[in-house]
Design a binder for this molecule. Structure first.
Ligand SMILES: Nc1nc2c(ncn2[C@@H]2O[C@H](COP(=O)(O)OP(=O)(O)OP(=O)(O)O)[C@@H](O)[C@H]2O)c(=O)[nH]1
Ligand SMILES: [Zn+2]
Length: 220
């Protein structure tokens, strides 16, 4: 691919759909088969960099990295790893805002494969269904563990919660630092990125402001 094509791909990321771009055959191989293939390729990368792979500190790295990619950093690519989201009938008829804040974000930037770290703050107004609190954190963790851009991460969490909770009244705010901005390239250590996606009642400015006021309080 020449430089122009790379730049076209780079510029396109803002317009990508809510779905992570996946190959049709993405899940034909088992995890172990993927680990074995990635191990082989990563060994080649290390050798191209000039590293002596027979050194006892380096010899296990290709397998370690391959396992980390498939089982840890990118486990959220595979739908079989999606957490079961227990939803309950809203028996208490709670119909105000429920806020789950300071949810840890550990993700990876899909342009550089470097960490994105920060927090998600999520609120919804229940209709007929309520969700187990921890399931919101688990859902964030699942979508974060893919190569991501922050915009898509926010949208994937929003859309899933709207479907699961059968309401549009959901807001997702993500505040995160991108190592590709802080530790390479421009190397800006201080900047961070905020994305907000919402629907339903959160299109109302006052409702959105109520949410923002609550999340200003960062401790309990
Ligand atoms: N919109 C968006 N951009 C991101 C995200 N993560 C990384 N990027 C940006 O993706 C862009 C990729 O641009 P390129 O010019 O192709 O890559 P690059 O040459 O490494 O760019 P520099 O980081 O400016 O050195 C960079 O500006 C990154 O900061 C994200 O979550 N959302
Ligand atoms: Zn990046």
């Amino acid at each position: 691919m020449d430089k122009n094509n790379i730049e076209t791909v780079g510029d396109n990321h803002i317009a990508t759909s809510v779905d992570t771009p996946l190959r049709k055959n993405a899940f034909l191989k088992s995890d172990d088969e993927k680990i074995s293939a990635i191990q082989h390729h990563f060994k080649k990368i290390m050798e191209e960099l000039g590293l002596d792979i027979t050194d006892d500190s380096l010899s296990g790295t290709p397998y370690r990295v391959a396992k980390m990619y498939v089982k840890e950093l990118f486990y959220g690519l595979d739908p079989k790893n999606k957490p079961k989201l227990s939803v309950f009938e809203n028996k208490y008829a709670y119909n105000k805002m429920l806020v789950e804040q300071n949810i840890t974000i550990d993700s990876s930037c899909e342009h550089h494969f470097l960490p994105i770290t920060g927090f998600a703050h999520i609120a919804y107004v229940p209709k007929d269904k309520v969700i187990g609190l921890s399931k919101i954190n688990r859902l964030v963790d699942y979508y974060a563990h893919r190569p991501q851009v922050q915009e898509r991460l926010s949208l994937q969490i929003l859309k899933d919660l709207q479907n699961t909770l059968e309401t549009q009244d959901v807001i997702v705010m993500v505040t995160a630092k991108h190592l590709c901005v802080s530790s390479r390239g421009i190397k800006d250590k201080n900047s961070f990125t905020t994305t907000i996606e919402y629907g339903g009642c959160f299109t109302n400015e006052q409702t959105r402001n109520d949410f923002l006021k609550i999340i200003e309080k960062t401790t309990v």
